[in-house]
Design a protein around this ligand. Structure first.
Ligand code: 3H9
Length: 708
């Protein structure tokens, strides 16, 4: 037997324990170890039943996902053994009881479904999350689950990838009993009860498989939901096809089809991208020069300065995590407005069933409005979210430095301004950091954590930990104008505008980006955020623009006409009372006139060019950011774009997408754009270097440890 699986005897019950910490993933060693332990238990005359349990904090979180990365280098994943292990479990002449705590996910649930019985702790969860990796259950999950749980639940679990609780699983027939108290003792007692009571295997059951008439609307609804909620993802549709096959085909044939489809998914670009995202979301938490042992400061209370849209949302983020918040505004009217907005947002969450009324009342009690800076004297951390202007920010930080206790962290929610300059207003630059939330702050998962020159490691470690605690994906970035996300977004939106000025309709530009998979088109995003925001910033920074370099002209002019976007009922589009976008031919006519006045040549532009111009503008700037060390790794940029900017996860993020297209090709296209559109398209030196040497962004590491 391998070290990863242990067999012990507890009276007449054989206990097989999986010990592949942290999550008992099924990889090489575990699968063979299980097969061997099962053979021994079967042969051992002392054993009348078998219990399979996970060591540590969980049962089994699935097949080892590292195995699926092997397909990148053309190798097969070493999980094939599962396919013979599961029928061997089913065929065991002694009852096999699966004892589940933590998670039985993916291959972990498939392992459990092959057992004759399943018991679990009340806080356990079971699920088939493979679709989130661009895969489908590949060890019989699509065939056994509907036979145990019924078609409707099985199709939902396999197509959405969302887990269900132990209580739901018990009700559905996936579990046989919940065990309060010691799981192993309860599972052994259960095993003794079922000795000598044979039970049909999951594969032989058909009473929950429904009829074509009852199933048809279930599959139609599942396909519709997958198309809407997982637009562009292939695996959910495949998962639905396979659960449907379970209702039509004999078990073995269904299994064969599942195998074939699993392999197709495994070698798809979508799965490679989503596996990259899975590991990427965990990698961004690792900062090379800040080991995970770095002590973080306790954060048990927070102050938020500014109760506008961002400040209010940030206060909700902390309150939702159970952290008390002091919310400060300059005058009572602004404070009342801010609190009223928070109450309104919470009321909407209750209406939509996201929170209960009781949860909301408890959260509201955690948010204390205040007018006095002095009340911040005892908080552990402050997040400033005042109007975006350096003078004001410095004034606020100077004041915070005076009133906050030594050691308290002072964070700014600035989206563009220099953290170093803000820190210079204090006598504690090591405790100053950027925490850039995305709007709406209580919804968006991304938090850009901005490291200034003097920011201390403890301050960073604390903010990374706080991000996790409040349910955000924290990504550490260096200090530069716009940091990572907004700095890249600028050329992306610039190109979208240029394309309209060169002859494309605004709707055509947005549609091409939407079809590529972006949550929204670039122009509609501008309307949502407010075109006036960029207009104000451009006016402040106009003196920095290089003379003679082309700038977009439309958004400034739309703003001069009072067309700020959704909030004024018109921007690139017109908006009805429900804020639905309606194409506005007047805008197209105006842009044609302005373009003619500016001498911009008009031509027909294809959707493919729209995508290349916008997405490669992101990539080119991303390459500079990587080279400068503003992002630690390409995957950090990818995770920022997936969680903050609506980039489609199944494309892995802009840098992964560029690697997939091939950097030589991307570089070539950018050189074409340089030829036609001038110096704004100068290729990033890193892109050129990687294209010439056959490298990838994913493998690139700047030869230094810290973000700039
Ligand atoms: C599958 O099963 C296919 C089968 O149908 C067919 C086979 C033929 N493998 O998330 P955490 C690592 S596909 C390898 O931070 P948490 C993770 O990278 C699989 N590694 O902890 C991290 O490593 P590190 C279907 C895995 O408590 C560490 O474990 N299953 C796996 O926040 C801790 O993870 C899934 O998709 C894995 N399967 O959350 C489940 N899982 O410390 C994927 C985790 O080096 N996993 N790691 O960064 C999860 O959803 C969460 O990890 C879980 C724990 C909820 C389990």
């Amino acid at each position: 037997m391998t070290d990863l699986v242990h067999l012990t005897q507890q009276g007449d019950v054989a206990v097989i324990t999986i010990n592949n910490l942290p999550v008992n993933a099924l990889g090489p060693g575990v699968i063979e170890g299980l097969a061997q332990a099962l053979r021994q238990a079967e042969a051992d005359k002392r054993a009348s039943a078998v219990v399979i349990i996970g060591g540590g904090r969980t049962f089994v979180a699935g097949a080892d996902i590292h195995e699926f990365q092997r397909v990148m280098s053309g190798e097969a994943p070493r999980t094939e053994g599962l396919l013979s292990l599961l029928p061997a479990i089913e065929a065991c002449t002694k009852p096999v009881v699966m004892a589940i705590h933590g998670n039985a996910f993916g291959g972990g649930l498939e392992l459990a479904l092959a057992g004759h019985y399943r018991v679990a702790t009340p806080d356990a969860q079971v699920g088939q999350p493979e679709v989130k990796l661009g895969l489908i259950p590949g060890a019989g999950g699509t065939q056994r689950l509907p036979r145990l749980a019924g078609v409707a639940l099985a199709v939902e679990m396999c197509a959405t990838g969302n887990p269900i609780s132990a209580a739901q699983a018990l009700k559905a027939g996936i579990l046989d009993r919940l065990i309060e108290g010691d799981l192993l003792a309860g599972a052994i007692a259960f095993a003794r009860e079922v000795i000598g009571k044979p039970r049909p295997k999951a594969r032989d059951r058909s009473e929950k498989l429904g009829t074509p008439e009852t199933n048809a609307p279930i599959f139609a609804a599942a396909r519709d939901a997958a198309q809407k909620k997982q637009r562009g993802w292939k695996s959910p549709q495949v998962a639905i096809e396979l659960v449907e096959a379970a209702t039509r085909l004999p078990f073995e044939e269904g299994l064969k089809l599942e195998q074939a489809r699993f392999r197709e998914c495994l070698f798809s670009d979508q799965s490679k991208a989503l596996v990259h995202v899975f590991f990427g979301e965990r990698e961004v938490a690792k900062v090379p020069d800040i080991p995970k042992e770095t002590p973080a400061l306790p954060v048990n209370s927070v102050g938020v300065v500014g109760a506008g849209t961002m400040g209010g949302g940030i206060a909700m983020v902390f309150a939702n995590a159970g952290i008390p918040v002091l919310l400060r505004e300059v005058d009572q009217a602004a404070l009342d407005r801010g609190m009223a907005n928070i109450q309104k947002n919470y009321a909407t969450s209750v209406q939509r069933g996201r929170f209960t009324q009781q949860f909301v009342e408890e959260r509201l009690r955690l948010i204390k409005p205040t007018l006095a800076f002095d009340s911040f004297a005892d908080v552990d951390m402050v997040v400033e979210a005042v109007f975006e202007g350096m003078a004001l920010k410095k004034e606020v930080f100077a004041q915070l430095d005076k009133v906050c206790r030594p050691g308290a962290i002072l964070a700014s929610n600035t989206s563009t301004l220099s953290i170093d300059e803000i820190a210079s207003a204090t006598a504690r630059p090591d405790a100053v950091i950027g925490t850039h939330f995305f709007s709406p702050a209580n919804v968006m998962r991304l938090l850009e954590i901005v490291r200034g020159k003097a920011t201390g490691k403890q301050t960073i470690a604390t903010c990374m930990q706080v991000a996790k605690r409040v349910g955000k994906v924290g990504v550490l970035v260096g200090n530069c104008r716009g940091f990572v996300g907004n700095r890249m977004f600028h050329p992306y939106r610039r190109e979208a505008q240029f394309l309209v000025e060169e002859g494309a309709n605004p709707e055509a530009v947005d549609q091409a980006l939407y079809d590529f998979g972006m949550a929204m088109g670039a122009l509609a995003t501008g309307d949502l955020a407010g075109l006036d925001v960029g207009w104000r910033i451009r006016k402040e920074y106009r003196h920095l623009e290089r003379p003679g370099v082309r700038q977009p002209l439309t958004e400034d002019r739309l703003c001069e006409m009072g067309r700020y976007g959704q909030k004024t009922g018109a921007g690139w589009y017109k908006y009805d009372e429900k804020r639905r976008a309606i194409p506005d031919p007047e805008v197209t006519q105006l842009v044609r006139r302005w373009a003619a006045e500016a001498g911009i040549e008009q031509r027909k532009i294809t959707p493919a060019e729209i995508v290349d111009r916008c997405i490669f503008a992101l990539v080119n700037e991303g390459a500079r950011i990587l080279e400068e060390g503003i992002a630690l790794r390409a995957v950090d940029i990818d995770i920022i774009y997936l969680n903050g900017y609506g980039f489609p996860a199944y494309r892995g993020g802009p840098m992964w997408y560029a690697d997939t297209v091939g950097l030589k090709k991307v570089y070539g296209r950018i050189c074409e754009f340089r030829e036609r559109h001038g110096e704004l398209w100068d290729p990033a030196p890193l892109l050129q270097q990687l294209a010439e040497t056959g490298g990838t962004f994913a493998a690139f590491r700047k030869p230094q440890t810290a973000a700039a």
